[in-house]
Design a protein around this ligand. Structure first.
Ligand SMILES: [Zn+2]
Length: 246
């Protein structure tokens, strides 16, 4: 299967390839990840994800098409919703910063496929500066929660993908802008030791995830996520156990 921007997010692509987001799905809940791959469950597109795609498409130069394809960006009065007006403001702010724009000046939405840990992987880079670095754009609520999103996993996979393709190990950066009242912006480098640890973690899990994806091993149900709730059967429970969970 040849991946293009049209079929990159297709069900067939997620059957054929692992990706960072699919890997993270497996971390969250194996049953949800498998249902997602089989097209039986789709995570809802949140406003936060849509804001991210809005800003990505600006830098890719495809914002007009993106706005045409996503009528939910607009109110019934055909005005841009406040989240996306904020996104425009953030774009305007980062455009004034030469360092930020230097990191965003690479090849946009570059797709790579490669083999790693016994599986095929797909990846799509926000800004690829060949021979220099890989940069990924993040629009987030604030800086302090940034590490909670485990971007080290993304950096580790992207770095490995570029290395598989070119033989060069490039540094991985996050170009981050915040949705705060006044936008903050900086470039964060994920240290090599952190990327190495993340790749080791992935190496350890992949054997199991591959078997679950192939249906050789039954997926584990987390019991907490939206997918698990949607397929569960009711049970009789002790009322008092809820007090202990608090
Ligand atoms: Zn679950």
């Amino acid at each position: 299967m040849i991946l293009t921007s049209e079929n990159y997010y297709s069900q067939k692509a997620s059957e054929n390839y692992f990706s960072v987001s699919q890997y993270k799905d497996f971390m969250k809940c194996e049953a949800m990840a498998v249902a997602n791959i089989r097209g039986e469950y789709q995570q809802p597109m949140t406003k936060a994800l849509l804001v991210g795609s809005f800003v990505d498409s600006y830098f890719e130069g495809t914002l007009p098409e993106f706005m045409r394809e996503n009528p939910e960006l607009f109110t019934r009065k055909k005005e841009l919703r406040s989240e996306f007006r904020k996104a425009n403001e953030i774009i305007g702010r980062v455009k004034t910063d030469p360092l930020f724009m230097q990191f965003m000046s690479g090849e946009k939405q570059k797709i790579l496929v490669f083999e790693m840990f016994g599986a095929l992987w797909k990846m799509k880079m926000d800004s690829y500066l060949e021979g220099v670095c890989i940069a990924d754009l993040k629009v987030v609520a604030n800086f302090k929660n940034l590490p909670l999103w485990r971007y080290d996993l993304q950096g580790a996979v992207y770095q490995a993908g570029v290395e598989a393709q070119t033989g060069e190990r490039l540094p991985f950066y996050l170009a981050v802008a915040t949705k705060e009242r006044v936008t903050d912006l900086d470039i964060f480098q994920i240290p090599q030791s952190t990327l190495d640890a993340a790749l080791d973690e992935i190496a350890e899990q992949m054997g199991h995830y591959i078997m679950v994806k192939q249906g050789i091993v039954e997926p584990e149900y987390c019991g907490q996520c939206d997918y698990c709730k949607s397929v569960k059967a009711a049970t009789i429970r002790n009322y008092n156990e809820l007090l202990l969970e608090r």
